[in-house]
Design a protein. Structure first.
Lengths: 219, 219
């Protein structure tokens, strides 16, 4: 039976949720590596709803992170609080602003951010069981917050401000080109810049495909 | 300069819009084949909004097809009426219920369906310029409606009811396995079943990747 890879989604759309290209490439890479995706998301309202045509916040609109994530998951998704680390062999967090707006509030509060309790609990539990965790794009900032006391090596590409904020949370930021990934072997953490740097979908996909293969190899 | 491939999206989510996996795999395949995606969608309200977690219609909710499609497009999308066949080398329609609910109303009215005027005009114009058109999943039903008077050979996999409806519209339905595609060489039409048959994302992706490669080869 294939390895089970937890995938934490954060909505559906780069500006207020999970980055859709990153999420789908992650799911495809998991399947092509003979593993199975176990999708989950927090059952909370999004920070806000962004009109992706105009880039403007849709004032007064509300959407639920779990319900919107279900669009990417074709309905096959569970509340993150209902997923146990025991059933997973590894965990991955695609990016998109949702990772920094809905899974935690890093986009608003930077290094002082709070992480959704269910998401933090699952990340910590998988990590404490010695299973590998990967994060893509801006999502490594969440890992920096949850696991910062261990001084993890992570990348979000090369953005100086974000890298500085990650250092404040206790992470050692490593610069990384878009088509590559960074491995923290001791802590079993993998990260890749994806759309923090990617100029097109193929660039993002190459780094994510390598990340997923390395994650499954590490299980 | 790379070939320009029009991509008509129909929202964002399998049950009320464009199938997200099919759309992203299409965009990635276009990029990896050295071509450029020109994304567009009709600027109209969706038929309805479906909660993808429960599968239920969200009564009273409204979403715009162009605005929701912009989530898949990361904002790089135009009203279908603003895209000219002159600027394209080929056209592709990913599937999802949106293709049969928003681009046309085949899901409601079957062979008597009406096609969105802007979508029909672009499909017809690209076709009349002798450029190839591809459609995935349920979207070939739309091609059958628009081009049925030419007796096109198309596939939606092997669903007898849908195949029968396509025949009523004038198409010759060809059965096709999920990882393959059907070419109507005379009319420069390509189709593949994708999630009409796919049991997982890798199956859908294989057929779509082959379809996109054949489409670009045919330009």
């Amino acid at each position: 039976m294939g390895k089970k890879i937890g995938v934490i989604l954060s909505g559906c759309g780069v500006y207020d949720g999970a980055e859709i290209h990153e999420s789908v490439v992650t799911l495809l890479a998991i399947d092509r590596n003979g593993a199975e995706a176990v999708m989950c998301a927090p059952n909370v309202d999004q920070l806000h709803v962004v009109n992706h045509l105009t880039g403007e916040v849709d004032e007064g609109a509300t959407r639920n992170v779990l319900v919107e994530s279900a669009r990417i998951a074709r309905g096959e998704i569970r509340d993150v609080t209902e997923v146990s680390a025991d059933e997973l062999d590894a965990l991955i967090l695609p990016g998109g602003f949702g990772a920094a707006k809905n899974l935690c509030d890093f986009a608003v509060n930077g290094p002082d951010c709070k992480v959704d309790a269910g998401v933090a609990a699952l990340v910590r539990a998988v990590h404490e069981q010695g299973k590998p965790v990967a994060a893509v794009c801006i999502a490594p900032a969440l890992l920096a917050k949850v696991l910062g006391d261990e001084g993890p090596e992570l990348t979000i590409g090369n953005d100086a401000d974000t890298a500085g904020a990650m250092a404040t949370m206790g992470a050692a930021h490593v610069e990384c080109p878009v088509t590559e990934f960074v491995v923290d072997q001791d802590r079993k953490l993998i990260s890749s810049p994806a759309y923090m740097l990617a100029q097109n979908i193929a660039e993002a996909a190459e780094g994510i495909e390598k990340t997923v293969a390395a994650l499954i190899e590490m299980t």
